[in-house]
Design a protein around this ligand. Structure first.
Ligand code: DLL
Length: 437
């Protein structure tokens, strides 16, 4: 039998020297800016407003001269205003969920789909996927990019694709078992739910054929990674992306599991100060901005993601030279400002999981008589669950203390019975901010 093939480790690009990569990015950027200027009146107007022309962009070092694109621009230009190709050359759309306003519709040419699937295929490969693997794609299919990106990538790698989409947990487990799925793709919160359900069915890591999971689309903590890895007996890899930039696969984790390599031959990452727009030096925390170098139908130049993150060029043991982004801490628009203090749901998650609680929680923010309050509802594990009120109270107190140390403000904690908090099959909704209602 032929040996397993790992055809999507694209060493030429993934291990490219810095100078060579800058040269490649510069050539692509110059061409992309010219193309966008000539074909997208909306972006041309933005450049003219800032007094920049394509002649000012000679290399990647000139990137900072270009105007940012924001979600507000995408809404203003909805649906066709940023299209850079005739519609007849487009073959597909995807769309964001629109939970924070009007949907964004992203358009793809066939070449856009091909490059996107290449990026996802690199992610599969970095998680050890070959043509002998069985890849179960349990992200939602449809307008969401989570399903079809890894699906196309799995085809490219030549593995057996199981397109279950999200939901129907019993059936998911049946396919994992019956087809001996080795790689699972879904959101981390759905992975945690599947892990919990398998445990309840009495399955131990030895009974679970999976060896790796590729989880993304939402912020998740190291502690949650650890829990999922233990329960399923797998390695859990992070993957990042957004609809505007094609979908998952903008960056992905390798065997080192310490940040996600950005596919820099296709995307240039910058970190900016979200207040001033100034580009920050490597290692500083700020808002992630991406420029897509190859996208044809829906080009994004200096797109502000609103994700809070850091970048690192520290040498990676996997041999890839692609810059790494840390796990995004959250989004500028997810950050809660409570009693004047910045609170990220991921900080709360870290405290809960460090104290042995499952990742089933909800954060309710409210304002009464001009005073903000945060209530964190946390599920107990079946082992913790008791009718001894004193015991529950002392557990609550301990959590309040630890959360105060992490956040700097007092939050209320309510411990609730196992299975009380709704499970998520896609992106979990952790925060209910009643102040906005
Ligand atoms: O969530 C694309 C995706 C699908 C990524 C499957 C990974 C896996 P959108 O629905 O447009 O696209 O949402 C994009 O989700 O700006 C981040 O805030 C968040 N996000 C995505 N991946 C991660 C991650 C998809 N690994 C928005 N960690 C982004 C933290 C993530 N946040």
């Amino acid at each position: 039998m032929a040996a397993a093939k790992q055809i999507y480790f694209q060493k030429k690009y993934e291990c490219m020297g810095r100078e060579e990569m800058k040269k490649l990015q510069s050539e692509k950027l110059v061409a992309q800016v010219k193309r966008v200027y000539e074909n997208v009146p909306y972006y041309k107007a933005k450049m003219m407003e800032d007094g920049v022309t394509p002649d000012d962009i000679k290399s990647i070092d000139d990137l900072y001269k270009l105007p940012f694109l924001s979600k507000a621009d995408l809404r203003e230009a909805y649906p066709y205003g940023l299209l850079a190709k005739p519609l007849k050359e487009c073959v597909r759309i995807h769309s964001t969920s629109g939970t924070t306003g009007k949907r964004v519709i992203a358009f793809y040419t066939q070449n856009d789909i091909d490059l996107w699937e290449d990026c996802c295929a690199r992610a599969l490969c970095a998680a050890g996927c070959t043509d002998e693997d069985v890849v179960q794609v349990s992200y939602g299919y449809g307008l969401f990019t989570g399903g079809l990106g890894p699906h196309g990538a799995s085809h490219k790698v030549g593995s057996l694709t199981v397109p279950t989409s999200s939901g129907n947990t019993e059936r998911q487990i049946m396919f994992i078992k019956d087809l001996s799925a080795t790689i699972l793709c879904c959101t981390p919160s759905y992975a945690a739910y599947l892990a919990e359900s398998m445990k309840e069915l009495g399955m131990t890591p030895d009974d679970i054929p999976l060896k790796a999971g590729i989880f993304g689309a939402e912020a998740w903590s190291e502690e949650m990674r650890h829990d999922i890895e233990q329960t399923m007996g797998i390695k859990a890899y992070d993957i990042y992306g957004l609809t505007e930039l094609s979908g998952p696969g903008v960056s992905f984790e390798c065997s080192e599991q310490s940040g996600m390599h950005v596919n820099e031959d296709h995307f240039v990452a910058e970190i900016i100060d979200p207040e001033t727009g100034e580009v920050l030096p490597e290692g500083e925390e700020g808002e992630l901005v991406f420029t897509a170098l190859d996208k044809e139908a829906f080009p994004m130049i200096r797109y502000r993601t609103r994700d809070i993150c850091t970048l690192s060029r520290k040498k990676c043991s996997c041999g890839r030279t692609l810059v790494k982004m840390a796990k995004p801490k959250g989004r500028t628009d997810d950050m809660l400002i409570v009693k004047g203090v910045n609170v990220f749901p991921s900080q709360i998650e870290t405290v809960l999981l460090n104290n042995g609680y499952p990742a089933n929680y909800q954060i309710v923010v409210d304002r009464k008589f001009n005073t903000d309050s945060i209530d964190v509802q946390v599920e107990m594990t079946p082992e913790m669950f008791t009718d001894n009120v004193g015991e529950i109270e002392s557990r609550q107190k301990a959590l309040v203390t630890d959360l105060k140390t992490m956040l700097g403000i007092k939050v209320n904690v309510s411990l609730v019975a196992p299975k009380t908090i709704e499970r998520s099959e896609g992106k979990a909704k952790r925060v209910i901010d009643k102040r906005k209602i």
